[in-house]
Design a protein around this ligand. Structure first.
Ligand code: NZQ
Ligand code: ZN
Length: 393
């Protein structure tokens, strides 16, 4: 087991009607003037935004609301909002939504206190974040895990680059998790969320470090639970038990609990970000496309690892590790397919793409051939290109 520091300070407030605790939760963190962010309108239509702001008012807090954050959130929105709220003395940002809203909240939280730094500099790695305004979350979709993670991901629409940065300041002070809020999700978004939770776990499960039995067991429990209740939530969107299990899996899958003691891989996420940056593809769908192609490219590096995944999570019974590994990959792919997700580029909105676009994706992912990606099986530009090619059918 590698050495690690594990500190996840986010207070989790879980259960029915917990959004009514938004006001007291902000107050407990010392907030007085709150910028409440939301997305394209689902939080307005469901009445959630009204309940949250009523709770803030009930605690005597000042608040502004700002909506219009799109999935795969963009830099332009962040820059415009910074200009709009620069002088409003905002001391707390509350995101009401999913990963896109929360990641935008984190971008604004880093941008507001340091107007001299262009926000994109944090995402391009030019500047290190040193402070941020506190952020809180009222989560409406079990997916990205941003409600407890230390990361934020943004797209620079001018360059089609989708980039993220990690910092302890990025972890929300609290996360309000009411599973009932996810009943209104369209099936495709539920499915994308399930894929993302699985991939936050799998992108840590495959690593160059072995022998973390507890970490493995936690990861496998999250994978089994997510597969099982993902199916239930698609059949019965208002099944409280299924939505609860998914919501908690989503938070635990990406707060690094499932990666303790080992090096993260995250190749599939990096491959997927290029697809979202270029084609605007939903994050979970991009992962469902890239994982099977990645797995078939790298499984021979450690067949026993893939075999263990198959046996512990998908009930694979083949005794030979090689056969069990291939059965495991087929099982994950079938799981994505059953969720209604694309498992190749040809099944996605991008369609089968020309060779020069594959090359552009590989160049983006390898940062112009300057880096290899992953720890389980590090892939350079040519390795990444081979995976994109394998997904292009
Ligand atoms: O905008 P609204 O109208 O709210 O609609 C959203 C959006 O269209 C809808 N939705 C969310 N909750 C709903 C709902 N519709 C009805 N009822 C509800 N209760 O779902 C759509 C997707 O929302 P979004 O926030 O984009 O989903 P998600 O949570 O999957 O976030 C995706 C973003 O997070 C990033 C992704 O790259 C992507 O940009 N990620 C962030 C991470 C992090 N910060 O730790 C890690 C992840 O790996 C990921 O990269
Ligand atoms: Zn993800």
């Amino acid at each position: 087991m590698q050495a690690f520091t594990y500190q996840v300070p986010t207070k989790v407030i879980f259960g029915r009607e917990t959004e009514q605790q938004a006001g007291p939760a902000v107050q407990a963190e010392g907030g007085s003037t709150v910028l409440v962010l939301y997305g394209g309108g689902s939080a307005v239509r469901s009445g959630l935004l009204g309940r949250v702001t009523a709770s803030l008012t009930g605690c005597g807090l000042r608040w502004y609301t700002k909506g219009g954050i799109q999935p795969n959130p963009v830099l332009r929105f962040v820059c415009e909002t910074l200009e709009e709220y620069r002088d409003k003395e905002i001391d707390f940002i509350l995101g009401v939504g999913g990963g896109s809203v929360l990641d935008t909240a984190k971008a604004l939280a880093a941008g507001l206190p340091r107007p001299e730094v262009p926000v994109w500099d944090y995402y391009s790695g030019k500047e290190k974040p040193i402070t941020a305004i506190p952020v809180g979350a009222v989560l409406t979709i079990a997916a990205a895990g941003s409600e407890t993670s230390d990361s934020t991901v943004l797209t620079n629409e001018a360059t089609q680059e989708k980039r993220g940065f990690n910092a302890e300041w990025n972890r929300p002070r609290f996360a309000i998790l009411n599973p009932e809020l996810t009943y209104t999700l369209p099936p495709y978004q539920t499915a994308c969320g399930v894929a993302d939770i699985l991939m936050h776990t799998l992108d840590r499960y495959f690593s160059d470090v072995q022998g973390n039995e507890l970490t493995d067991a936690l990861a496998e429990a999250i994978l089994r639970t997510t597969v099982r209740f993902g199916k239930t939530a698609l059949v019965r969107p208002d099944d409280y038990e299924a939505r609860s299990e998914l919501m908690w899996c989503g938070s635990l899958s990406h707060n690094n609990l499932t990666g303790l003691g080992r090096t993260k891989d995250f190749t599939v996420h990096q491959l997927g970000h290029e697809l979202s940056g270029r084609y605007g593809m939903a994050h979970g769908a991009s992962l469902a496309i890239m994982w099977p192609a990645w797995a078939r490219q790298v499984w021979t590096r450690d067949p026993a690892r893939f075999a263990r995944l198959g046996r512990t999570v998908f009930g694979v019974s083949e005794e030979d590790d090689g056969q069990a590994a291939l059965a495991a990959i087929a099982a994950v792919e079938a799981c994505f397919r059953d969720l209604g997700l694309p498992v190749s580029l040809g099944q996605s909105e991008a369609g089968v793409i020309p060779e020069e676009e594959l090359e552009a994706l590989a160049l983006g992912c390898s940062r112009g051939r300057s880096r290899s990606v992953g720890s389980f099986c590090p892939l350079d530009h040519d390795g990444l290109l081979a995976v994109y090619r394998a997904a292009n059918h």
